[in-house]
Design a protein around this ligand. Structure first.
Ligand code: NDP
Length: 679
């Protein structure tokens, strides 16, 4: 078989290997299959190309444009999944593992595409939080805004997920409007190269948005500056070395690290043998041990079980692990493939030997196991290995050494405090799971382990059929962990995008903030037009356009009619004496919902027109009671406009109800869908 020359994509050109390239072997057969690396890559030019070409093109697009691009990329990759699957078998990945890496990566793009359209504006500025009132009368206000960094994101990825590892970083980076230089781990970079090729050939990405370094990274990190971001996934040792690079320290370059982690899973004391939770615990551990042959940053390394249940846990795990079919990953019957390389195999066995100094091996011997359809010696195969540590309080290695393979250790706990003490001995982890049906135990675990973990995963009989698994980082939820896990945070929806943007506190007058934010700020100038706003299309409406309605007096008959019509005969509306005894009311008052209904009656324009639907109402506050004899008037202001699809967009209106004295009785935001054209 020909040895593949894995290329890099540098400043718009594909560049092959040179004599400095490193050899890459098949995880399954041990054969030399590829070479990657070129010592002459012009990394300075790559950074410049990213910043000048990719960055400026991406920053010219709105969040919605970028989100549409991510969706199109995901759909395009989806059409080429088979090629990616085929290339991935040599990394040791089984059919099931491909679903995590390849389908999971594409799914992550889709989630960010959706979040970008739904949760971010069709703009290039993202508003973080609400307006802050900084002065007594509201003429000086504050708002935090986020704008795209103008540098490049350098993504240094681990070997275990050549596709997901790249896409989970690319999605938030591109959505933020920042170009990326991807440097995959050499051992599996041929899969990443194929994925990058598919993305670039799609023509969906602007020039310079994504570049690739296959093999060594060269001097790239020496040239990073204050607008660049490094996102790293890999070992703690490499993270420490890279984050100490003088240019990174000197420029305070952002450095986000995901590194090894001694993740734990706790079995609740309620989850006795025979409960759905006990079986679930065994199922989760078996899956986490064997998926990707345990080469997952989130895999369960420490199994923390109540003392009386330890024996049952070990017996059950032995049974399930025994049934694992290890072998050729391209065979659909195979449940666990080999490790990525012989070097990784040696590393895992050395680390397992250290763990064995603290614990007894209760399952899996590296020389005694069956491999189907492949040569056990030539491939980087190991069996699942289970250890039992009787004295976890004094043991060192079990809490400290991560064997990055199918290796896990069972340890007993006496009570909740003890379980949490053991869990936190990981000194900061990506994830811990707690399998329990006891809400109080869960609350105590969240309180006691939260500070040490980036994610806590609770599972039980109620959630087990739909839960996504202890080991699955989800694009919606943060991925990362404190301390030993690297102190970084990725994903988490829009939070992940903001890692590639600068948050700036902006202070100024309401008019200035309205213009910067493209969102109407209370106190800024109103725009008046002759036509009723409901007769104007989405694009015709202007931010700040305001309607002042006529006023309407509320009568006692209105209150009584509304009470009997709706059935809401609450005493504050019906009983003068009882209402007076209530500290909130001066006497009988109008229903809040009556006021909303009358407000709609005042501002609505009844004819068929561009307003298609009222889709909701946000931030409703009743500020002052309205009594029979009072009058209300409505001010309706266009606050924000967000395109939603080809035909219509969402208009957010600021609505204020005032009484006859000009005092605010109620305030809310009304959401409508408005057509782009009439008829
Ligand atoms: P490494 O830390 O060796 O490598 C991670 C990445 O860093 C690779 O892309 C590697 O490239 C690159 N790298 C290594 N040295 C340098 C350098 N001097 N300059 C620039 N880049 C460099 O980790 P591995 O991939 O070998 O994985 C080993 C360990 O990482 C695992 O045992 C596990 O503990 C941890 N890990 C943690 C994960 C997490 O998400 N928390 C995920 C995966 C792994 P190259 O391959 O070319 O050397």
């Amino acid at each position: 078989m020909a040895v593949q020359n894995v290329e890099s994509h540098v400043a718009g050109q594909w560049i092959g290997c040179d004599s400095a390239a490193r050899d890459i072997h098949s995880a399954v057969t041990g054969d030399l299959i590829a070479r990657a690396g070129n010592s002459a890559l012009d990394t300075e030019a790559m950074l410049e190309y990213a910043r000048a070409k990719g960055g400026s093109a991406l920053r010219a697009m709105t969040f919605h444009d970028r989100a549409r691009m991510l969706k199109a990329l995901a759909l395009h990759l989806g059409q080429h999944k088979k090629a990616l699957y085929d290339a991935s078998f040599a990394t040791g990945s089984t059919h099931k593992d491909h679903l995590i890496d390849i389908d999971g990566g594409i799914g992550t793009l889709l989630v960010f595409a959706s979040k970008g359209r739904r949760e971010m504006p069709d703009d290039t500025i993202y508003l973080d939080g609400n307006i802050e009132q900084l002065s007594r009368s509201g003429t000086f206000l504050g708002q935090h805004i986020c704008t795209s960094l103008t540098g490049a994101a350098v993504h240094i990825n681990a070997f275990n997920f050549p596709v997901w590892g790249m896409l989970e970083k690319l999605a938030p980076t591109l959505l933020a409007g920042v170009p990326a230089i991807v440097k995959p781990a050499t051992a599996t970079c041929y899969v990443t190269e194929l994925c990058v090729r598919i993305m670039l050939e799609s023509g969906l990405l602007p020039d310079g948005a994504v570049q690739l370094i296959s093999g060594d990274i060269g001097a790239l990190l020496d040239d990073v500056g204050s607008q660049d971001v490094i996102s790293f996934t890999g070992s703690a040792q490499t993270a420490l070395k890279l984050r100490s690079t003088p240019s990174i320290l000197h420029n305070a370059t952002r450095f986000i690290a995901e590194q090894d982690s001694l993740n734990a899973s706790i079995l609740g004391p309620d989850a006795e043998v025979g409960t759905p939770e006990f079986d679930l615990f065994i199922k989760e551990i078996t899956r986490e041990t064997t998926a990707k042959a345990g080469q997952k940053c989130t895999a369960i390394r420490r199994i923390i079980a109540p003392e009386p249940l330890v024996e049952a846990v070990i017996t059950a795990l032995r049974k399930t692990l025994e049934r694992t079919i290890i072998g050729d990953p391209s065979d659909t019957a195979t449940q666990m493939g080999p490790l990525v390389s012989q070097a990784q195999r040696r590393d895992v066995l050395q680390k397992a030997a250290l763990i064995e100094q603290d614990a007894t091996r209760v399952f899996g011997h590296p020389e005694k196991f069956q491999v189907s359809g492949a040569d056990r010696k030539k491939g980087a195969f190991v069996p699942p290995m289970l250890f039992y540590c009787e004295t976890p309080d004094t043991a060192q290695y079990v809490h400290d050494v991560e064997a990055f393979g199918p290796v896990s250790t069972v340890m007993p706990y006496r009570d909740l405090d003890h379980a949490l003490r053991l869990t936190n001995k990981g000194k900061g982890s990506l994830v811990a799971s707690v399998i329990t049906n006891d809400g109080d135990f869960a609350r105590q675990a969240a309180l006691g382990a939260g500070a040490f973990h980036g994610r806590l995963y609770f599972n039980n009989r109620q959630s087990m059929n739909e839960s996504t698994g202890h080991g699955s980082p989800l694009p919606h939820m943060v991925h990362g962990g404190p301390g030993r896990a690297g102190g970084g945070e990725e994903l988490g929806g829009v939070r992940g995008v903001l890692h590639y943007m600068q948050r700036t506190a902006v202070q100024g007058s309401p008019d200035i903030l309205t213009r910067i934010n493209r969102k109407w700020t209370a106190g800024s100038a109103e725009v008046t037009r002759d036509a009723h706003p409901f007769t104007r299309t989405f694009h015709e409406l202007e931010i700040g356009e305001t309607l002042h309605t006529a006023s309407r007096e509320i009568s006692l008959a209105d209150i009584e009619t509304f009470a009997h019509f709706t059935g809401d005969t609450f005493y504050a509306h019906m009983d003068e004496a009882a209402a007076k005894r209530n500290p909130f009311f001066p006497g009988r008052v109008a229903h809040g919902y009556l006021l909303l209904s009358f407000a709609a009656g005042l501002f609505v324009q009844p004819d068929e027109g561009p307003v298609l639907a009222n889709t909701g109402l946000d931030n409703l506050r009743f500020l002052k009671p309205v009594q029979a004899g009072d009058s209300i008037q409505v001010h309706l202001t266009v606050k924000q406009k967000t395109p939603r699809n080809q035909d219509y967009g969402e208009v957010r209106w600021h609505v204020t109800l005032t009484n006859q004295n000009g005092e605010r009785a109620a305030e809310y935001e009304l959401l409508t869908m408005n057509a782009y054209s009439r008829g």
